[in-house]
Design a protein around this ligand. Structure first.
Ligand SMILES: Cc1cc2nc3c(=O)[nH]c(=O)nc-3n(C[C@H](O)[C@H](O)[C@H](O)COP(=O)(O)OP(=O)(O)OC[C@H]3O[C@@H](n4cnc5c(N)ncnc54)[C@H](O)[C@@H]3O)c2cc1C
Length: 378
C-alpha cells in the first residue's frame, strides 16, 4: 500500500493552494454575503486548467487523475464552500459528456467546458423526483429531427448561469427507468426558461434554480449517449460526483479546523490561551480523528476510480462519512469560537452553513446508506 501522493499530485495541490490564497479566499465572505456567483474565479480556474485535469488530451484535457481533481475541490473548499460546490458540480457534466458523448458532441463542448468558457449543469431532480430519481416526469418526444422537451427541474446547481445543461427526461414512460434519456440543452434554446432562483442556508454564492421546459426543441443529435440509458448514466455520473462532494466536505472540515486552532491560540480566558484547555483539546482530537479517516476514505474512492475498479460503495461511504464529519467539525468549530463563532466576522459561521448541503445533494445521507446497503447485500 502507498499512502503518498505522486509528485504531480503534490504540484497540483501547491498550484491550487496558491490560486485559492490569491483569488478565492479574499472574496469568499463577500460573495457569500452578496449571494454573488463568482464568475471571475470560475473562468480563471478554467483558464489555468484545473477543470481539465482528469480528462484525456484529445479535446484539451490534462490526462490527470481523479485524485488530483479531489485535491482541487478539497483545497478550494478549505476557504470557500460555494466555489468548491460550483466546481464539483461543473466537473459532473464534463465527466458524463466525456464518457458518453459522441465525437461531434465532444468536439463542440469538451474544450469549452474544461476551460470554463462554458459553465455546466446537470439536471435530474424534479418536484416529485428527489431521492426517488426514477420518478422523473419531464418528457422528451421525438418530432421529426428534434426532441421536444416539457417539464420542470428544481434545485439545479449552476442553473441559470450554465451554458451547457444535461437534462434527464422520459423518452418512453412505459419502460420505467429504461425509458429515461439524457439531452444536451444549450442556454438560449427557445422554450428553455429559468424559473425560481433559490435563496439558501449555505453555499449562497452558488446559483440554484428551477429550469422550465415548454415545448423546448433540441436537435436529435443532442441525445447524449444511447436512448433509454439516461438513468444509468446519471447513476454512474453521481458515483463519480460523490467523490467530489466528499472532497468538498473534507476541505470544509479542514478549513474549519485550521481556523479553530488559530483562534484558540489567540483567545485567552482564565489567564491562559484556550488551546491549553484540555476539554477543548479533546474536541480537537475527535475532530482530527474524523478528518483523518475522511481523508483516507476520499482518496481511496478516488484511487479505485483511477485504477478502473468498482467504487460505487466506497464513493457512497466517503460522501456519507465526509459530510457528517464536515457538519460535526464545523459545528464544534463554531462552539469553540464562542459568541464570536456566531458572528459573520469569523469564517466558521459560513463554513457551518456551507457544510450542511454536503449531507443533502448528489444523494442524501439516507440515500448513501441505501447505496451502501445495496452493495453489501447483493
Ligand atoms: C442547493 C442544492 C443544489 C442541488 N443541485 C442539484 C443539481 O445540480 N442537480 C440535481 O439534479 N439536483 C440537485 N439538487 C437536488 C438534490 O439532489 C435533492 O434535493 C436530494 O437528492 C434530495 O431530494 P429531495 O430534496 O426531493 O428530498 P426527498 O427525496 O423528499 O427526501 C426528504 C428526506 O427523506 C429522506 N428519504 C427519502 N427517501 C428515503 C428512503 N427511501 N429511506 C430513507 N429516507 C429517505 C431523505 O434522505 C431526506 O432526508 C440540489 C439540491 C440542493 C438543496
Amino acid at each position: 500500500m502507498n499512502f503518498e501522493f505522486t509528485n504531480e499530485q503534490v504540484m497540483v495541490r501547491k498550484s491550487i493552494q496558491r490560486f485559492v490564497e490569491n483569488e478565492i479566499a479574499p472574496i469568499a465572505a463577500e460573495i457569500d454575503a452578496n449571494h454573488r456567483f463568482p464568475e471571475e474565479s470560475i473562468k480563471k480556474l478554467g483558464k489555468y486548467g484545473f477543470y481539465a485535469i482528469p480528462y484525456s488530451t484529445e479535446y484539451g484535457g490534462a490526462d490527470g487523475d481523479e485524485i488530483s481533481k479531489a485535491i482541487v475541490i478539497e483545497e478550494i473548499a478549505k476557504k470557500c464552500g460555494s466555489t468548491a460546490g460550483i466546481s464539483s458540480v461543473h466537473y459532473l457534466p464534463i465527466m458524463i459528456l466525456d464518457k458518453y458523448g459522441t465525437k461531434e458532441q465532444k468536439e463542440k463542448y469538451m474544450n469549452k467546458l474544461m476551460t470554463a468558457e462554458y459553465i455546466g449543469a446537470f439536471a435530474l431532480t424534479e418536484p416529485s423526483a428527489g431521492s426517488d430519481a426514477s420518478n422523473v416526469q419531464t418528457t422528451a418526444v421525438l418530432d421529426g429531427d428534434e426532441y421536444v422537451l416539457n417539464g420542470t427541474k428544481c434545485f439545479i446547481s449552476n442553473g441559470g448561469v450554465a451554458d451547457f445543461n444535461i437534462i434527464l427526461a422520459m423518452t418512453d414512460k412505459s419502460k420505467g427507468i429504461k425509458g429515461m434519456s439524457a439531452f444536451i440543452v444549450d442556454k438560449d434554446t427557445p422554450g428553455f426558461n429559468i424559473g425560481k432562483i433559490e435563496d439558501k442556508l449555505g453555499i449562497c454564492a452558488s446559483a440554484t434554480a428551477e429550469l422550465i421546459f415548454e415545448n423546448c426543441r433540441v436537435p436529435k443529435e443532442n441525445l447524449l449517449g444511447k436512448l433509454g440509458k439516461g438513468f444509468i448514466m446519471a447513476m454512474v455520473g453521481l458515483d463519480s460526483g460523490r467523490i467530489g462532494m466528499a472532497a468538498q466536505a473534507l476541505g470544509l472540515a479542514e478549513g474549519a479546523m485550521e481556523e479553530t486552532i488559530k483562534y484558540l491560540k489567540e483567545r485567552e480566558q482564565f489567564g491562559k490561551p484556550l488551546i491549553k484547555m484540555q476539554g477543548l483539546q479533546w474536541y480537537l482530537a475527535e475532530m482530527e480523528a474524523k478528518i483523518e479517516a475522511t481523508r483516507n476514505l476520499v482518496y481511496k474512492a478516488a484511487y479505485l476510480k483511477d485504477a478502473g475498479k468498482p467504487y460505487t460503495k466506497e464513493a457512497a461511504i466517503a460522501k456519507l462519512f465526509a459530510s457528517e464529519t464536515a457538519m460535526f467539525v464545523t459545528h464544534k468549530a463554531v462552539q469553540m469560537h464562542g459568541g464570536y463563532g456566531f458572528m459573520k466576522d469569523y469564517p466558521v459561521e459560513r463554513m457551518m452553513r456551507d457544510a450542511k448541503i454536503t449531507e443533502i445533494y448528489e444523494g442524501t445521507s439516507e440515500v448513501m446508506k441505501i447505496v451502501i446497503a445495496s452493495q453489501i447485500t447483493r
